[in-house]
Design a protein around this ligand. Sequence first.
Ligand SMILES: Cc1cc2nc3c(=O)[nH]c(=O)nc-3n(C[C@H](O)[C@H](O)[C@H](O)COP(=O)(O)OP(=O)(O)OC[C@H]3O[C@@H](n4cnc5c(N)ncnc54)[C@H](O)[C@@H]3O)c2cc1C
Length: 432
Amino acid sequence: MSESRQSWGRYPAIHQSSESLQWRDELPARLAQWQPGLPFGRGRSYGDVCLAHNQRLLDMSSLNRVIAFDRHQGRIRAEAGISLYDLLTVMVPAGWFLPVVPGTGHATLGGAIANDVHGKNHHRNGTFGCHIERLALWREGQLLECSASDNPALFQATIGGLGLTGYILWAEIRLQAVSTSQIDAITHRFHNLDDFFDLADQYDSSHEYGVAWLDCLASGKDRGRGVYFAGQHARYAEPSRWRPLPLGMPLTPPLSLVNPLSLRAFNYLYWHTKPARPTLARGPYQPYFFPLDSISHWNRMYGPRGFQQYQCVIPSAHEREAIASLLDAIAEARQGSFLAVLKRCGDVPSPGLLSFPMAGTSLALDFPSPQRLQPLFERLDAIVRDAGGRLYPAKDAHMQADDFRHFYPRWQDVEQWRDQHIQSLFWQRVTQ
Ligand SMILES: Cc1cc2nc3c(=O)[nH]c(=O)nc-3n(C[C@H](O)[C@H](O)[C@H](O)COP(=O)(O)OP(=O)(O)OC[C@H]3O[C@@H](n4cnc5c(N)ncnc54)[C@H](O)[C@@H]3O)c2cc1C
């Protein structure tokens, strides 16, 4: 039976149906009978990268089994639909952790590879794709194993390949050893953008993880104020169980709950309730890495018109001026977000061809009602382009085709490897 699907931002609102794949060996029959246009993980991409041109998705999330786990060497092989949460639940008690996690644990292994996701430790560990040892890909009637030595060109095209090169059935990841399930996190409030860059320099050398929340509505002397969260795995701690509170948005309100009034109040309170001095606290890894996951369906609060996340990265040489210009443009347009995130990226190269991060700083903000924001996005895009930065396909629903080709010059290599039965709305929009 088919189900209706949307991306996380619920924009663009283009109807999509999905059918689910339960077993790996069922794939050839499923492809022949359902004729999907794209593999689908858990739809945690915000825009149209996870939407099929023919509106038929193959939901891979029931392929969620661990195939093999080497607890001595720190390797795990699992089916591609398993969530990062489930992987962590298996490996953390055995003293291992995923080397890269994005801001949601609901992403699947296949989705994390296809968008070559990054985490709060990009400056140390690079992207998710840097840690993939081997994967199995079904494309055009063949099952191929790919690694740095077997089918290496296809391996590269599949990492960050936006699901276009075929259906990933399983993948094997090299893990990182940890002593405990706890994170030692420093919360450090800062007053302006210069402070953010100084803190990033300071904490990147001492801490594995770093990310900052920014009050994008603060202006004048408060412009660029925010809260920096540096973290590292605790070396000694009692085992603990994390019990999330049962919070969630049970339904979509008729209007967005995110408006200038609610944003200003939230941002003011969030900044002022953080301690004035840097504070160290120890806690379970889940709320540190996945703070938003504790409110299920939080995307519904943007109402039926959905939202778009704008995420760009600016190279180090221009990061200070360009990030300031982006914030000024957003403030002038009287737009903003309760979730604005600044993150330093490092220079660890990814094997993938369309990897988003570059050495510099990434800014991500959510905007309600993206339908009416085209003029603002054009202004922001021009700042990013002039600074030599780029936009993130996993979050995008507006990037111009010329910009995409300029930001990702190796897109034609991926196009060469594209399975001819697969096409996403994103790829169609930016390449054709
Ligand atoms: C709250 C939140 C925080 C986030 N934080 C970050 C972050 O910090 N860093 C970051 O990089 N991203 C972040 N993201 C984005 C998210 O991690 C990515 O979009 C991720 O790819 C979503 O995975 P998914 O399994 O839901 O895939 P989907 O969104 O369903 O699909 C993503 C792509 O993967 C392809 N795909 C899925 N499964 C397969 C498969 N088995 N074989 C081949 N292709 C496949 C799809 O075709 C599509 O192109 C965040 C998202 C949310 C909602």
